[in-house]
Design a protein around this ligand. Structure first.
Ligand code: D5M
Ligand code: FE
Ligand code: ZN
Length: 590
């Protein structure tokens, strides 16, 4: 045996012992002849982690006495994938394994597979190909488009597989970095709105100044004093935006020193300027570069814009990640108490968390879930919209919470639940919202649920999630061309670009008059989680993972009248180590 084989053998034995897996010396020798034995052993370890008979008190001596049937089975599975490769390579191997042996092994595998099919024994699927779990890179993919043919493999209810969630081995690490609960008092005076706007502007201006180009932006009063054409730059809040009959845009910008008009011409050399302006709304903060043209004899001057930008998220933003192989499930809008609450889908979610459904990959994924964030509308509440009563199966708010406690008690204990308030919770509707008061949530707290306000920032295992119910998404969709309710991710990107969760006043989104603006996105999150629209989405923006968590409620009459077609039961999971997103459609097979 070659020196590197001896080293490999030691490593392999160490890996196996650490994983509690038995192997016989002949099988070990066999593996060492393969192309990449360490990789194969890694796969075996991964694949056999659910097989109870692999659990043993292992020593090297013990290894020799243990039958290796199951290891062999696992190996066959791997070999069938590698068969062509091995056969091609065989002529170069000087080891004991000949082509006949390999062919025999493959024959055995084929026969086993045949038999399995005949006896209708459902087996675990180990290939990634068969998984309905969709890994997303920088794409915004609709879960609805998941290929249904692949789905059949999800059903694998073999009772002999033990579910060992890795998340159980880690203690929860939760920090609530931002939560408005208990800090949102208002005097109820008109001046409170003024204070809020001042705070919004000064926070957003500070963020804008971090952009290198905006370092030397001037105050509006200084610009208005200019008496000749000169290049200027300014940071201002949009007081008004309109399109002229020639399809140019005129912005009225405001800062603490004055107001100035800005013209953005439709034939601007930089068409990006037009694209940004089309998506600019009142009360947003923008940075403008251009030429100031002083007005003649008492007329107001105007800035001819040649560059406009929003604060945005730095392109090279490096998100925080966890060192541990854990993940967070992001949900919202269960609407417990509503006749349309999809309890069957909820039960599938619980079964998934318990490792009772899903193929090997899906169970592995379920085992990594350490946290669940519920982003509002856990209960349907009472009196939230006209004629809601006829949509309610449980019309008492306390009873709704009792039911919530019942169903959340089913979540395995090692998973920590955070629960933030939506517009259906019994708290004030205006943003920011406090956590649900104890008189409703006491039983939830007793089972370990942490109640927080909305918006909040939650750190789980080093990763910061901005939790915002999403009330303003509908307003933006109505006002910005190209945005629509079926693509919540695009709207979430707009919110990130303007660094504000509800950039406009006066729409459906109520904002409380307080002296601090809780809706400014000061801190760039690692995960941005919204709900409310009831239509799921997953994507990325400058390395931030974006999730709109859909719902667990089917369409109500009210939604029907609004033309909203919800997508219940699509579960979004974000891996905290990689920030990769996974969507699982719980509707498909049970
Ligand atoms: O919101 C349920 C769905 O209805 C979601 O898609 C938002 C939409 N919705 C809610 N309220 C309104 C109003 N007032 N106008 C238009 N669309 C609305 P939920 O928060 O669960 O009731
Ligand atoms: Fe909702
Ligand atoms: Zn809502």
């Amino acid at each position: 045996m070659k020196i590197d084989n001896i080293e490999n053998k030691r490593n392999i034995l160490r890996m196996l012992i650490n994983s509690g897996i038995n192997i016989t010396p002949p099988l070990l020798d066999f593996i060492l002849l393969l192309d990449n034995p360490i990789e194969i052993i890694n796969q075996i370890i991964k694949e056999t982690s659910f097989i109870p008979s692999f659990k043993s008190h292992l020593t090297e001596n013990f290894l020799k006495k243990i039958p290796n049937k199951e290891i062999k089975k696992s190996l066959e599975r791997i070999l069938i994938k590698k068969e062509v490769h091995i056969i091609e390579d065989n002529s170069n191997k000087k080891g004991v394994l000949n082509q006949n042996q390999i062919c025999n092994l493959i024959d055995v595998k084929k026969k086993t597979l045949e038999q399995e099919r005949k006896t209708q024994v459902k087996n675990l699927e180990f290939t990634v190909k068969s998984s309905i779990l969709e890994e997303h890179d920088n794409n915004n993919i609709k879960a609805n488009s998941i290929n249904k043919d692949r789905v059949k493999s999800i059903e694998s209810t073999n009772s002999f597989f033990i579910f060992k969630p890795i998340a159980k081995e880690y203690s929860a690490q939760i920090k609530i970095l931002k939560d408005p609960t208990g800090k949102i008092y208002t005097n109820g005076k008109y001046e409170d709105f003024y204070d809020l706007t001042l705070d919004k502007f000064s926070r957003l201006k500070k963020l804008m100044r971090k952009r290198t180009e905006a370092h030397s932006a001037d105050n509006i009063n200084n610009i208005l004093r200019l008496s000749s054409k000169v290049a200027v730059s300014v940071i201002g809040m949009v007081n008004e935006i309109r399109k002229t009959k020639n399809n140019n845009f005129i912005l009225t910008l405001e800062d603490l020193t004055g107001l100035v008009n800005v013209i953005i011409r439709k034939d601007s050399d930089n068409q990006e300027n037009i694209k940004i302006t089309e998506r600019t709304l009142n009360d947003q903060v923008v940075y403008i570069e251009g030429t100031y043209n002083p007005g003649e004899k008492g007329k107001k001057g105007i800035i001819y814009c040649n560059y406009i930008s929003k604060i945005d998220i730095p392109r090279d933003h490096k998100p925080n990640k966890s060192h541990d192989p854990l993940s967070v499930a992001l949900i919202s809008d269960t609407h417990i108490g509503s006749k349309e609450f999809e309890e069957k889908l909820w039960n599938r979610f619980i079964a998934f968390l318990k490792g009772k459904i899903g193929n090997k990959n899906q169970r592995d994924k379920a085992g990594t879930i350490k946290y669940i964030i519920i982003n509002g509308d856990l209960v349907d509440g009472i009196g939230v919209y006209p004629k809601q009563k006829s949509d309610l199966a449980i019309s008492d708010i306390y009873e709704q919470f009792k039911k919530a406690k019942e169903i959340l008690s089913e979540v395995p204990d090692h998973i920590k639940i955070l629960y933030s308030s939506g517009n259906h919770e019994p708290v004030r509707n205006a943003l920011p919202r406090p956590a649900v008061p104890k008189k409703y949530s006491e039983e939830l707290i007793n089972i370990g649920v942490t109640c927080i306000g909305n918006p909040s920032i939650v750190q789980t295992h080093n990763v910061n999630t901005l939790v915002y119910h999403g009330d303003s998404i509908l307003d933006l969709n109505q006002l910005i061309p190209g945005l629509d309710n079926n693509k919540p991710i695009d709207t979430m990107k707009e919110l990130l670009k303007c660094r504000h969760l509800a950039p406009i006043y006066g729409g459906k989104t109520q904002i409380a008059p307080i002296n601090k603006d809780w809706l400014v996105i000061d801190k760039v999150p690692d995960i941005f989680h919204t709900g409310h629209v009831h239509i799921n989405g997953i994507g990325y923006y400058n390395n931030i993972a974006l999730v709109n968590s859909g719902c667990f409620q089917s369409q109500t009459e009210f939604m029907n009248s609004l033309g909203i077609h919800p997508t219940p039961g699509i579960l979004s999971i974000i891996d905290l180590k990689t920030l990769k997103g996974t969507q699982l459609d719980l509707k498909i097979s049970i």
